[in-house]
Each structure stands twice: as C-alpha cells, then as structure tokens.
Design a protein around this ligand. Structure first.
Ligand code: ADP
Ligand code: DP6
Ligand code: CO
Length: 359
C-alpha cells in the first residue's frame, strides 16, 4: 500500500433484465441454485439501470453500503458471499499517478464502501435485485482487478440474487440451472446479442412503484415449500418452453415469442396463487391490462403485444415493432390514463412509461 488517506474508486452501470421464461424456486438457498432454466431480455441501460460506485481506502474500518441515499446493512449472507468470492479472486492494483499499490494480500484486510442508485422503483417487481447485484459484483470485480470472464462473474452475481446473473449480458440471456452441487455450472449465457432482434420495443407500465409486500426470495421459498403445481412447472412445463423460446428468439418469431411469454407469466402467477399463504403480485390494474392485450391480440388474429409481470404489479409490454408500440402506447394512455381516479391503486402509466428498444 502507499501513503495514507487515499481512496480508489470505480463506477459502473448495469441494466435490469426481465424474464420471459421465469425463475421461481431454488434447490439450494445459500448458493442460489434454481429449480429450472430461465430466459430474459436485458433492457436498454439508458432507461432502467443501477449505477454503483465502489471505493476502497485504508481509512475505511468496515464494509458499508448506501442504497438510494440510505445506509443499508452489508451483513446479509448474500452480500457476504459475493464479497468473499470477489476478495478471494482479487489481484494487485497499481495506480502510478496516485502512488497507490494494493497487493492481493492487502484485499483481505481492506474495507469497501458502496454507493448505489436505481433509476427505477426498488423492490417493486422490476428486477432491481438483478441490476443491483450484477452492478455490485461487476464494479467490485473492476475495483479488485478480478480477472474472471463474464460467465464466472455471472456465477458470483447469482449468489447475490439469482436473476442478477442474467444482467451481465445484453440481448437475450439464458440462465442454465446446472447440475453440480457446488453451483459451478449454474451460469448465464448470452443467446443473442442486442442487435439480433432490434425492432422489438419494450414498454413498462408502472402500475405501482410501492415496495412489494412479499420479496421474491421469501415468495419463492414459500412456493417451493407449499405449492404442488411448482414441481410440475419446473419439471414438465419449463424445459419444453425453454426449447421453444430459444427457437422463437433465434427465428424472430414474434407470435410464438408472445404466446410463450404471456403463458409463462400467467403460469408463474398461478403458481404464486397456489402458494400457502397465496401471493398476489398483480392487482386489478395488472389484470385489466392483461384482458385488454388478450382482446386486442384476438381481434388482430395474431399477437401484436406480449405481456409479462414479474413479482410485482407492473406490466412489461413487448411490441414487435415501433409502429405497433406507438399504437399500444396511444391505447394505454386512452384506457389507462395516468393518475386516473377511476382506479383505487396509485398507478401511473404515461408519464412514467418508458419506451425503449429491447436489448
Ligand atoms: P425486485 O423485484 O425489485 O428485484 P426483490 O425482492 O427481488 O425485488 O429484491 C429487492 C432487494 O434487492 C432490495 O430490497 C435490496 O436488498 C436489493 N437491491 C435492490 N437494488 C439494489 C442495489 N442497487 N444494490 C444492492 N442491492 C439492491
Ligand atoms: C419473478 O432473483 O429477485 O423476477 O434469487 O431470491 O434474489 P432471489 O430472487 P430474484 O427472483 C426473480 C424472480 C422473477 C423471475 C425472474 O427474474 O426470472
Ligand atoms: Co429481484
């Protein structure tokens, strides 16, 4: 190490990802190993993303983190698992200009400070844990000069939050559940890059930005413990859907993609309802959006829009091109006007609607 009072920092930005074939259920809680493969699309980082700055200094006495301006504890097992994995892979860091040299050994004693912001609602079912943990692992890996490729980093991010492993890649990404007990083969792989299907447009309708009552972690734990449907889903339904979804993405087959995406979202929420106590992530507005899209797709004879809802009431709507997206946005604004008093929930569509390219 060099003179005291130095601070060495790294800042990174990571987009969120939305699953089109959902992960819901773990076979190992500690290592975060899922009961099925999943597939997601990574969103454009300009719109929904986490920005994280990490810093190291000999003056820091503890690891500390501030999330959206408030200090939060880093003592949880998941953060600790990520920090341990990264520290064990840290390498020498040298900044000649500042006269800083940190050796591999120094990383065992040095503490880090983390400051992170999500530019979208946290813990509201828009995968903040995915962007957040992927960004944390990525920025710390840069700070500590961890020389691992994205697939190894994805396995570390997975131990922070399962969905986070998919946010290290753009485009369509598959999280392979893996077979190994130690989780070494439970990693994310990129199926196609962001340019492959660039006429897709994703609209996020923020129905409520309130924090959900049941976190994804505890919700899926209850599901695995109590639902009879979830085993059928993981063993019989998802493996077939994964094959069909990969095919639909490869061929840019929007009708097949839309049918699979909607069906998987609905089955995920059915499994939530089959949990004891039942979990209700969607609300009346979410249900009305589904009915509306279903009616529109039926009227057109072929799917124009795909919908998917994560563990929250907010709708992720995917159109097959800009023209269809513009039409969808116009209709949403008409039928679901922002801050309308026709609905009791505080939903906002329009001024918080984010229009962006997929990928
Ligand atoms: P979501 O649907 O938003 O992913 P989850 O229940 O899966 O909701 O996870 C929310 C939790 O993820 C937060 O309570 C927080 O612990 C963690 N998280 C979210 N954003 C960040 C971030 N930027 N950095 C670190 N942890 C984060
Ligand atoms: C519905 O990755 O948030 O968004 O692994 O416990 O952190 P933990 O859960 P998380 O679960 C995401 C569930 C989902 C579907 C998905 O992203 O695949
Ligand atoms: Co999450």
């Amino acid at each position: 190490m060099a003179a005291e009072n130095w601070v060495f920092t790294v800042t990174a930005q990571t987009p969120t990802n939305i699953a089109v074939i959902k992960y819901w259920g773990k076979r190992d809680e500690d290592l975060i190993l899922p009961i099925n493969d999943s597939i997601s699309v990574t969103l454009d980082p300009d719109h929904l993303c986490t920005t994280t700055s990490v810093a190291v200094s000999p003056d820091f006495t503890h690891d500390r983190m501030w999330l959206n301006g408030k200090e939060v504890s880093l003592s949880g097992g998941r953060y600790q698992n990520c920090l341990r994995e990264l520290r064990s892979r840290a390498s020498d860091v040298e900044d000649e200009k500042k006269g800083i040299k940190i050796t591999k050994k120094d990383w065992e004693k040095l503490h880090v400070h983390v400051v992170s912001y999500n530019n979208f609602p946290t813990a509201a079912g828009l995968a903040s844990s995915a962007a957040g943990l992927a960004c944390l692992v990525f920025s710390l890996a840069k700070l500590m000069n961890v020389k691992e490729d994205h697939s190894r980093l994805s396995a570390i991010a997975r131990q922070g939050s399962g969905s986070a492993c998919r946010s290290l890649y753009g485009g369509f990404v598959k999280w392979i559940m893996g077979k190994e007990e130690n989780g070494s083969d439970s990693i994310a792989v990129q199926l196609t890059d962001e340019k492959h299907w660039d006429d897709l447009v994703i609209i996020i309708a923020v129905v409520s930005s309130k924090q959900k009552e049941t976190s994804s972690t505890s919700g899926m734990r209850d599901t695995v413990e109590t639902s009879m449907l979830v085993e059928h889903r993981a063993k019989e339904v998802v493996p077939k859907r994964i094959i069909q979804m990969e095919e639909a993405i490869k061929n840019r087959d929007f009708p097949a993609f839309a049918r699979l995406t909607c069906a998987d979202s609905n089955q995920f929420h059915a499994v939530c309802l089959d949990t004891l106590p039942p979990i209700f992530y969607m609300n009346d507005t979410s249900h009305r959006i589904i009915s509306y899209v279903e009616k529109w797709n039926r009227f057109e004879g072929t799917p124009q829009v795909a919908y998917t809802f994560d563990a929250g009431p907010n709708a992720v709507l995917i159109s097959h091109n800009r023209k269809a997206a513009a039409q969808l946005l116009q209709r949403l604004l008409f039928f679901f006007p922002p801050q309308s008093d026709t609905d009791l929930s505080s939903y906002v569509i329009g001024d918080k609607t984010i229009l962006q390219d997929a990928g």
